[in-house]
Design a protein around this ligand. Structure first.
Ligand code: RP5
Length: 164
């Protein structure tokens, strides 16, 4: 199976990417994580994106906060799909990173998930890889069914307690 590349602008973004890694592990999808910054280590970030396809990656998750150019810079250097996670910073609650990640010009798309949306970024990556992996597709469907059942159990508990 192709790997998911996880790139974060700083190790301070790790708690968000740990959600991605946990999700990928639960879906049995291989990944490789790196700290490369579009601003602090641009050469390494660009080299990672340019070599990602031949290095066995199928999709890249890129997480950054503040002036979050990382996902866009990676996307500009590969035709693999890039999923951007805007990370919340202390000043602007992640709106800065959200706008910087989502507002890509035509030609270089970034699939942007919610601010700090590490779990959904991983699930979206799995869904992309599942297009050519029926076993992974089955695991995703099983997870969806399990999640649905858990919500319906909560509905039953709330109904039993409050609906008279
Ligand atoms: C961004 O700046 C990183 O992705 C991080 O979210 C933010 C702050 O980085 P540190 O100063 O904590 O390294 O590039």
């Amino acid at each position: 199976m192709k790997k998911v590349g996880i790139v974060m602008g700083s190790d301070s973004d790790l708690p968000i990417l740990e959600k991605s890694m946990d999700m990928l592990k639960s879906m049995e999808v291989p990944f490789e994580a790196h700290v490369y910054s579009a601003h602090r280590t641009p050469d390494e970030a660009i080299a990672f994106a340019r070599n990602a396809e031949e290095n066995g990656f199928g999709v890249i998750i890129a997480a950054a906060g503040m002036a979050a150019h990382l996902a866009g810079v990676l996307a500009a250097n590969t035709t693999l799909p890039v999923i951007g996670i805007p990370c919340k910073s202390s000043q602007l609650d992640g709106m800065d990173a959200l706008l910087a990640t989502v507002q890509m010009p035509t030609g270089i798309p970034v699939a942007t998930v919610a601010i700090n949306g590490g779990g959904n970024a991983a699930l979206l990556a799995c869904q992309m890889l599942a297009l050519s992996d029926s076993a992974l597709s089955a695991r995703l469907k099983a997870k969806r069914e399990k999640d649905t059942k858990a919500v319906l159990e909560k509905d039953a508990a709330v109904a039993a307690k409050y609906n008279h």
